[in-house]
Design a protein. Structure first.
Ligand code: BES
Ligand code: ZN
Length: 866
């Protein structure tokens, strides 16, 4: 890392926060007082700390000898009346940068312990950051709750603090709230004093932790509870009336918490763990130590109304957040540059736990599709970034909660586990967690522990993968009794680029059944081809992070190995995924990739289908405006006939464990591409009312009915959106509405993003779904431009949904004109937290445009020949 991050001055280090907040839910304000015990490391008369959108009312500093130091020229002039909810600059307190304050003291503080005492006011905002209000609908009535979201850098909105991950401290939290509400924080309640209709709730002291993990929640709540085998009190909270929907998450959570305690060899250190479903939540979930917050759709499961895909999602999200209780909370990255130590780890470990609990879900094959696959896609862009990424200012932090930190991070851990073997990996991470508990660590620290545990040079193997952007493609060819491997960097644009010093672990399976591991440490490698000219599959089980380009003859041999299901599901998945990526990059003709796709007719594996249909969706969206589009649709319908016969419309006893996900996937793709029979059956099923449709089929049925119908069908599904009580069901209906072919109806859905019918947390679904619709992509883009200030205003802290909205809305375009238009529009706009996404989207549009230009003709002739 070259440039140094902008950090607070090191002369003062926080040790403990004593926080007292009075919550006013009728006026949406709060009054806070925080006493921060800090150590003066170097004498100073200026204190700099973080604060944002709060009004500091008074400051005083008490030294350990009892002497009091104040800012220059007290008393402070209150500007609260004129500038109610903004940080004001009063005498002695000035704004140092946009989110820090600088307190000029009347004299210097000597080294030693001091207590900073600050009183302040804040607003319970409606922006899902800091201490905010969330609107619940309870028995049809609106009611507000107050909750926090502090990661990455919004704790400074709740209290003045030293808001950097390495500045760990303990917290004593006190909340003053209406007596009839439940108040929660990271730790259990210590005591509670009720006075008339108010109460004062004091919580136990937290362990040393980073500010971004501090959490509070106040509202009318109900819960279910249990105690894990290891004795942790576990509760799951939600708005009243849905406690039965909390049981699934409680069950998963209790099992996974104990599993991690065992696996890591360190027990979960807090006496309790609460999880809470919130009606408004910007991210998917947040791992606050002891009080994990979720959007409702990621926590609540109804036995009748939740499809398998949602159960898998909830199990995974819970496991991911629980993984953070160790990776992130107990041991925290020293700075955001190493965010992947949190997110990449939680992603891999979360999947590991779900696999442990639900073997039949075949999680590791799904992992190849959902994590490795997404990372390979983003990291093929020149505008991608390395896993270890320079982050100078806190404003840049939101940007890196992306597929690189999560998915490439997790894929690299997968690669590392196969390099080290699970026993060494486990003992290495366990000693790493032990060594750095309650402290901070960097990537280098992790490599050291793993090296000690395994005796292998982990830094040497992993360094090139985490420090450099991009990954290799290995060209695999056969000639005169030899197999040759040639390594280059893979770029989605097909451009040549200097590679890195990757050490590529190439595991190979031969048609004879022989497996071997070849370490490719240079640019090329040649080995004897002793297995007699049959097929060869490289990157066996897709456990390593690279793509393979087979020569024509080798690719042709793999066709039958796929259609006869001789390869494992992840290998079948990998061959087509690489082929389509190469086609897009101009390294293979797209008609060749399409021909390969037709080899998958006999496929029955959900994940292989999901990945293949994803590859084909990229072709469809790039060709969306072309004359060949209909031909491509016919090809899709043909490809899916056999599997449709096999899955049918009704679940059968003894069917594949993932058929409940495969069935709707097939139906959706057939309905969308013009299969009349499927469309008719979907309409017939909808006639009995949405509740009569099996939960697993609902989204596919809704989308097919809307996509093949008109205003009437749209109204039917819109009613689902209005009637349904579960967030997940409303989202299904809302996404399905975006399948309409009529612009006027699209406008209706889009209008709902602004009139409050759709919560801002869910707005990205609308843009994402419309962009997958050949007409919708233009309508969504027009709308986004026309309403930019309102939509960007929903995420003033640069929260992840904004980047997601920009990226999904424009990434399906495939012309230079569109690229130029997008560039021009954003040229003078502020896109907090989305700068990098915007660049990546532009590169994607231009790549699509080049792909289309290059292969329009060959795709046309291939279709004509069919
Ligand atoms: N630590 C994140 C939450 C987060 C994300 C905070 C982005 C700030 C910005 C949490 O652990 C997480 O990763 N949440 C995911 C869901 C997860 C299960 C993949 C999310 O919010 O998308
Ligand atoms: Zn996470």
């Amino acid at each position: 890392m070259s440039a140094q991050p902008e950090l607070l001055p090191a002369c003062l280090v926080p040790r403990h926060y004593d926080l007292d907040i009075d919550v006013n839910l009728s006026e949406f304000v709060f009054a806070g007082r925080v006493q921060i015990t800090a150590e003066v490391k170097e004498e100073t008369d200026v204190i700099v700390l973080h604060a944002l959108d709060i009004t500091i009312k008074s400051v005083q500093v008490t030294s350990s000898d009892g002497s009091v130091t104040r800012p220059i020229s007290q008393p402070l002039i209150s500007l609260a009346q004129t500038q109610p909810r903004k940080l004001h600059k009063c005498d002695g307190v000035t704004s140092f940068s946009e989110d820090t304050i600088s307190i000029q003291l009347e004299r210097k503080l000597a080294c030693g312990e001091v207590v900073l005492d600050l009183s302040y006011d804040g607003e319970l905002n409606s922006n899902m950051c800091g201490f905010y209000r969330s609107k619940a609908l309870i028995d049809g009535k609106e009611e507000y709750m107050a909750v926090t979201q502090h990661e990455p850098t919004d704790c400074r909105r709740t209290l003045p603090c030293f808001d950097e991950p390495a500045l760990k401290a303990s917290f004593d939290v006190t909340l003053r709230v209406p007596a009839h509400l439940t108040a929660l924080s990271n730790m259990p309640v210590k005591d509670e004093i009720v006075e008339a209709d108010r109460k004062v709730v004091r919580f136990e002291r937290t362990p040393r932790m980073s500010t971004y993990l501090l959490a509070m929640a106040v509202g009318r709540l109900e819960h279910v509870e249990g105690t894990t085998k290891k004795g942790v009190k576990y509760r799951v909270y939600a708005c009243p009336g849905v406690t039965n929907q909390c049981l699934f998450a409680l069950d998963v959570g209790m099992k996974v918490l104990d599993f991690f305690s065992d696996y890591f060899g360190i027990s979960y250190p807090l006496p309790k763990l609460d999880m809470i479903a919130l009606p408004d939540f910007a991210a998917g979930a947040m791992e606050n130590w002891g009080l994990i917050t979720y959007r409702e759709a990621n926590l609540l499961i109804d036995e009748v109304n939740s499809p398998l895909v949602t159960k898998q999602r909830v199990a995974y999200v819970v496991a991911h957040e629980l993984a953070h209780q160790w990776f992130g909370n107990l041991v925290t990255m020293s700075w955001w540059t190493d965010l992947w130590l949190n997110e990449g780890f939680a992603t891999w470990v979360g999947n590991f736990a779900v696999d442990h609990l639900y073997k039949h879900w075949d999680i590791w094959t799904q992992f190849v599709n959902q994590y490795a696959g997404r990372a390979l896609q983003l990291d093929a862009l020149e505008t991608s970034h390395a896993i270890e990424v320079e982050v100078k200012r806190s404003g840049e932090v939101n940007e890196i909660f992306d597929e690189i930190s999560y998915c490439k991070g997790a894929a690299c851990i997968m690669m590392l586990t196969s390099f080290l073997g699970m026993p060494s990996f486990r003992s290495g991470i366990s000693s790493y967690l032990n060594k750095f508990q309650y402290g901070n660590a960097s990537t280098r620290d992790l490599w050291e522990s793993l090296t000690e545990a395994s005796g292998k040079d982990v830094e040497k193997f992993m360094g090139p993968w985490t420090r450099n952007v991009g990954y290799p493609v290995v060209f695999l060819s056969r000639s005169s009794g030899k197999l040759s491997f040639a390594v280059e960097r893979f770029l989605a644009t097909g451009k040549e680029a200097p590679g890195s010093d990757w050490w590529v672990p190439m595991r190979v399976l031969h048609s004879s059944g022989k497996e071997e591991l070849l370490d490719i440490k240079g640019k090329t490698l040649e080995v004897e081809d002793a297995e007699g000219g049959g097929w060869v599959k490289g990157n066996l089980h897709q456990t390593a992070f690279f793509r393979i380009r087979y020569d024509d003859a080798l690719l042709a041999l793999l066709g039958p190995a796929i259609s006869e299901l001789r390869l494992s599901p992840s290998d079948r998945l990998g061959v087509q995924a690489d082929a389509f990526a190469l086609a897009r990059a101009g390294k293979m003709r797209t008609d060749r990739a399409l021909a390969l796709a037709m080899e998958y007719e006999e496929e029955e594996d959900f994940t292989v289908w999901a990945d293949l249909l994803g590859s084909l969706a990229d072709v469809m969206s790039t060709w969306a405006k072309e004359a060949e589009y209909e031909g491509l649709q016919q090809m899709m319908v043909k490809l899916l006939q056999k599997i449709m016969k096999k899955v049918g419309w009704e679940a059968k006893d003894g069917e594949g464990a993932l058929f409940p996900m495969l069935r709707p996937l097939v139906i959706l793709n057939l309905g969308r591409n013009g299969d009349e029979e499927v469309a008719a059956e979907a309409r017939r099923r909808m006639k009995g009312g949405w509740k009569s449709v099996a939960a697993d089929l609902r989204y596919a049925v809704y989308a097919t009915v809307v996509g093949t119908g008109g205003a009437e069908e749209f109204e039917v599904v819109k009613r689902v959106f209005l009637e349904a009580e579960m967030s997940d069901e409303r989202n299904r209906a809302m996404r399905a509405l975006c399948a309409t072919r009529e612009e006027k109806l699209m406008d209706q859905v889009l209008a709902m993003t602004l009139d409050g019918s759709i919560r801002s947390q869910d707005v990205f679904y609308v843009f994402g779904s419309l962009s997958a619709n050949r007409v919708g992509m233009d309508v969504a883009w027009r709308f986004l431009q026309a309403n930019w200030s309102k939509i960007s205003g929903m995420f003033p802290s640069g929260q992840p949904p904004l980047a997601r909205i920009i990226k999904t809305t424009v990434s399906s375009f495939a012309s230079e004109e569109r690229a130029a238009e997008v560039e021009a529009f954003f040229a003078d706009k502020e896109t907090p937290g989305a700068e990098m996404s915007l660049k990546q989207a532009l590169e994607t549009i231009r790549m699509n445009a080049a792909w289309l230009q290059r292969d329009r003709d060959v795709v046309g002739s291939w279709l004509a020949s069919k």
